[in-house]
Design a protein around this ligand. Structure first.
Ligand code: NAD
Length: 259
């Protein structure tokens, strides 16, 4: 088995589902010790046990809400005690909040910003002191094509994802001289439970699935593992001169101006 993350400890949020789960699986296969953070303790614990058995790596699950800084700090301390200092942080936990701007409740705005933008910052604040002490750390934020282009009807999610790319660039520059790299990935439509739930909410899910695939230059919807491989590259030392930038993983869709 190849090993692109030998002796590394990675913390992944949103690891219980979709893209986060694919990243946790690939990282364990590639030699990393993995701390799986999610709201949903049971699913994540089952995945951690499975990964440990398959890969032989130490993999532990932590139930933590990324919007709660104290909870995050406590879970990060526990993970560091169990697995050692965190070398890699993947901020993948996120939620879709798509509303009519004038009908949006304050609570929905708050939840969107807290999970998608403040959550990653909470995690960064918790792991950064340890990374700075060792002058080594790789952080990857999972943003979105919604952080680059606007799709009508998706407000305020793109506001948070634009902010997350801004956070990536800003902090990436801030700590670049101290051995820290911070990058983001912007996936297009990727078939995960969240995407399935969105499709199921459409009037004709199958027709919408076909329409979405047809919109893509490659004529197919992306897979979680395709995002995971991009995260693997960015989180590994292979990408050691890549910092404060964003990689689009959308099959070329966002480059089209007109059909
Ligand atoms: P998903 O819903 O399948 O998984 C998200 C995970 O995040 C879930 O396990 C959920 O429990 C966890 N989570 C949500 N809120 C949390 C919180 N407050 N604290 C801790 N964990 C929390 O979603 P996904 O499609 O795999 O998306 C993963 C990331 O990728 C998100 O940031 C999303 O915005 C982004 N993204 C997804 C797509 C796509 O098409 N699937 C496209 C672009 C960007």
């Amino acid at each position: 088995m190849s090993s692109r993350l030998p002796n590394k400890t990675a913390l992944i949020t949103g690891a219980g589902s979709g893209i986060g789960s694919a990243i946790a699986t690939l990282f364990a296969q590639q030699g990393a010790r993995v701390a799986l953070f999610d709201l949903d303790g049971e699913t994540t614990e089952a995945l951690a046990a499975e990964l440990k058995q398959q890969s032989g790596q130490h993999c532990f699950a932590y139930s933590a809400d990324v919007t709660q800084p104290e909870e995050v700090q406590r879970a990060v301390s526990e993970a560091q005690q169990a697995l050692g200092p965190i070398d890699i942080l993947i901020n993948c936990a996120g939620v879709n909040v798509f509303r009519d701007p004038l009908a949006l409740e304050d609570d929905d705005w708050q939840r969107c910003m807290e999970v998608n933008l403040k959550g990653p910052y909470n995690l960064i604040r918790s792991v950064l002191p340890g990374m700075l002490a060792r002058q080594y750390g790789n952080i990857v934020n999972v943003a979105s094509v919604h952080g680059h282009k606007i799709i009508p009807g998706a407000f305020p999610y793109p506001v948070a994802k634009h902010g997350l790319i801004g956070l990536t660039r800003s902090l990436g520059v801030e700590y670049a001289s101290q051995g820290i790299r911070i990058n983001s990935i912007s996936p297009g439509l990727i078939m995960t439970p969240a995407a399935e739930a969105w499709l199921a909410s459409c009037p004709d899910p199958q027709a919408e699935r076909e329409r979405q695939a047809a919109l893509l230059p490659c004529k197919r919807i992306g897979e979680p593992q395709e995002v995971a491989y991009t995260a693997l590259f960015l989180a590994s030392d292979e990408a050691r001169f890549i910092n404060a930038t964003d990689i689009l993983v959308d099959g070329g869709r966002s480059q089209i101006y007109h059909e």
